[in-house]
Design a protein around this ligand. Structure first.
Ligand code: ADP
Ligand code: SF4
Length: 689
């Protein structure tokens, strides 16, 4: 199968200053949770993107000096020659496949924490740290500006020496350079503040410095925001941005355009859909002759072509779509559109960086594992025997295990109790705003259809005797988990109701089954991610008065890591859902819930007729436990294990990973004591005596 000519335009080379991108697929700078701490992990991950056809592959933010340090969020660095060697691992790997490598230079200002370097950060003024750490920046004087320019230049030279083809001036996202541009923030009285011309001065100087330093061999790109803010009507406010842009329009070789609101630019699919930046891009290409790249969580090649033909952008910029499917360009080129693993917009990838651990992805379980486990998103080692594998349960874990085992060439039987495969994916995707999650099932279902060695048995709820009678060589139990009605009080599970009142205690499973409460309802969130908020939204949509209470100080606390917490809370307010943070729950009597303040212990009674407990889940592991008992009585003629939520309930990404790991490791010699290669500085073999 070849490429559909409709998509030819995506594969045209594009000149960027002194270099030429082989096509229009541009992996824009994105965080990885790896940075300078895991150079081999990082290089192997970027290499797969180049292999998969991304014409430009960029780094994450590269600190130009230790006074811009973002730990615990892992960033890359270009501080000294050791960084050059680390980056060369990546540029060599990217060049091997004919792609360009880009480096984003970064100075954080009040947005950098400096908790590692302990140096005072510098910004336009003395500002409080933007991430809430109790430190302020030093207001930059003229010498500081000269120092900054020198550091930026030196970092650019190191980037060139490391083999990069594109070097970025990073003038957005609230970092230092964007603060110089911002009239509300930059109130300096010198030639770097006040008038628009003065505020643009530093950006202009940095572009000119970078061109002067490396422009003979490297393209100079500028990351810039097209708008100042979003108005109350949801429309962009451009303010002076266009005029600013006009002054700089033809200075760099490439414009990388995004917007001021990060939670929209990389919004979760629950609130933001594909191509959301288009209204912001309307004037950009008319003001510059230089190529432009922008993002939009593009996964549809038709949308990509339309963006280019209509003159919105020259490159298809992507962070998340390139994480979910590093082979997206190759698949379009080969006409394998149904094989594209579309990003679902869950931002679990972003959470990795927020937490400070290497990147992971719901859709792509190999992401971040390319080096330490030698996993590849498209290639898996072939089977080593003719063994037959039975997988019980076709939810996230079971589907992924079947898919990956299918690629390995095993004969796989996938048994599912329901008529529909997909397990929790299908159920959760039917909740408000969650529809894109169905892609996790759709991709795998489509892949299985093309595998003659995988048989799917629907409406097949297996018992232990059924499992034994199948006579498989290996059995994976992937039967999921069910939400509990009890409350986990940090030590044990506690019941909150008894008798008739217990019949009006619901779980998310009840709501997903269509068993909705009638009358005022308390949704109690002891889970802290998205589930309680979507359940509250669902019940509210059915016309009930809803209160959402949580022991946490904030609603959907963990969703702060995926950048959706703010939007969740706004949505709950908009829907008229009453919110009670810092509230524990002890009892539900049938007509009132007893809540207490987690700080003072003071009890209050909330008159409600129903409670939905969104707290914890119980593994559905009866089958596994019974098999274990049978095995203890006498050896079973097959090996068995449990995977996914049946093993340990978690987010969908964890279940997909679990299923994939099972498939990758089946019948492989694995050192269980050291199951991965540890990427870190090796201090050698000499021990202190
Ligand atoms: P996970 O996230 O671990 O994949 P899910 O809840 O998504 O878990 O999927 C579990 C699947 O297992 C569900 O589709 C459920 O219908 C199925 N299942 C549960 N028990 C059995 C059983 N005994 N036989 C076959 N399928 C089962
Ligand atoms: Fe997309 Fe989610 Fe994967 Fe991030 S983790 S790339 S948002 S599917």
């Amino acid at each position: 199968m070849g490429r559909d000519p409709r998509y030819d335009i995506l594969f045209e080379p594009v000149q960027i200053g002194p270099v030429t991108a082989p096509n229009r697929f541009f992996q824009v700078p994105h965080c990885t949770g790896m940075g300078w701490q895991y150079p081999r992990t990082l290089a192997a991950m970027r290499k797969v993107k180049a292999q998969g056809g991304w014409g430009v592959v960029c780094t994450e933010y590269n600190s130009i000096h230790p006074s811009s340090d973002d730990l615990p969020h892992p960033y890359a660095s270009l501080w000294d020659d050791s960084d050059i060697r680390a980056h060369t691992l990546m540029t060599d790997a990217v060049h091997e496949y004919g792609s360009l490598a880009g480096a984003e230079l970064w100075y954080g200002g009040a947005n950098a924490n400096n908790l590692f370097s302990r140096l005072p950060g510098m910004d336009v003024d003395s500002f409080p740290n933007a991430k809430g750490h109790p430190y302020q920046t030093r207001a930059m004087d003229k010498q500081d500006i000269r120092d900054l320019r020198r550091w930026h230049r030196k970092a650019a030279l190191r980037a060139r020496e490391a083999g990069f083809d594109v070097v970025y001036v990073y003038a957005t996202h609230g970092y230092l350079i964007s603060n110089f541009l911002n009239p509300r923030v930059n109130t300096r009285g010198d030639e770097y503040g006040g008038s628009l011309e003065n505020r643009v001065r530093l950006t202009r100087e940095l572009i000119e410095d970078t061109k002067d330093a490396v422009g003979d061999r490297c393209a100079v790109a500028v990351r810039f925001s097209a708008d100042e803010e979003i108005g109350e009507d949801g429309q962009p406010i451009f303010g002076e941005r266009r005029e600013m842009f006009e002054r700089l329009a033809d200075l760099p070789d490439l414009w990388d355009i995004n917007i001021a609101d990060y939670s929209l630019e990389m919004g979760v699919s629950r609130f933001v859909k594909e191509g959301a930046l288009e209204p912001y891009m309307q004037w950009v290409k008319s003001v510059t002759d230089k190529p432009v790249v922008t993002v939009g969580r593009f996964t549809s090649p038709d949308t990509m072509v339309s963006q280019i033909r209509r003159g919105i952008t020259d490159f298809i910029g992507a962070a998340r779509p390139s994480i979910a499917d590093p082979y997206l360009p190759k698949k379009i080129e080969q006409g394998r559109l149904s094989a594209i693993r579309e990003c679902i917009g869950c931002n679990v990838c972003y959470a990795s960086d927020t937490i400070g651990v290497p990147l992971r992805c719901t859709q792509n379980p190999t992401m971040g594992e390319e080096w330490r486990k030698d996993w590849h998103p498209e290639i898996i080692k072939k089977r080593t025997s003719d063994a037959r594998v039975l997988i019980v349960g076709a939810g996230a874990a079971g589907l992924e295990a079947a898919r990956a085992l299918g690629i390995r060439g095993y004969d796989v039987m996938l048994a599912e109790a329901s008529r529909e495969i997909g397990g929790r994916i299908v159920r959760e995707a039917a909740l408000p705003g969650m529809s894109e999650y169905i892609r996790v099932k759709d991709y795998r279902e489509q892949q299985l259809l093309e595998m003659p060695n995988v048989d799917v048995f629907r409406e097949s709820r297996l018992t232990v005797d059924d499992v034994i009678s199948v006579e498989a060589d290996h059995v994976a139990i992937a039967t999921g988990a069910s939400w509990r009605k009890e409350y986990y009080d940090d030590e044990c599970y506690q019941p909150i109701a008894s008798g008739e009142a217990l019949t009006r205690v619901f779980t998310p499973d009840d709501i997903m089954d269509g068993n909705l409460p009638n009358g005022p309802t308390l949704v109690f969130d002891g889970d802290g991610y998205y589930m309680a908020s979507v359940i509250a939204e669902r019940i509210r949509a059915a016309g009930q008065a809803v209160t959402l209470a949580t022991p946490s100080d904030s609603v959907s606390d963990w969703a702060g890591k995926t950048s959706e917490r703010w939007r969740i809370r706004t949505q709950l307010h908009r829907l008229g859902i009453n919110i009670l943070p810092s509230s524990g729950l002890t009892k539900f009597s049938g007509d009132a819930a007893t809540l207490y303040c987690v700080y003072s212990g003071r009890e209050t009674k909330l008159p409600v007729q129903n409670v939905v407990m969104v707290t914890a889940r119980k593994p559905n592991d009866d089958l596994y436990q019974t098999l274990s008992l049978r095995a203890a009585d006498g050896a079973l003629p097959f090996g068995f294990t449990r995977i996914g939520d049946c093993e340990a309930p978690g987010i969908i990404a964890a279940a997909i990973y679990s299923g994939h790991r099972y498939a990758q490791e089946l019948e492989c010699d694995l050192d269980l004591d050291v199951p991965l290669v540890h990427d870190r500085i090796d201090v050698g073999s000499e021990l202190r005596n």
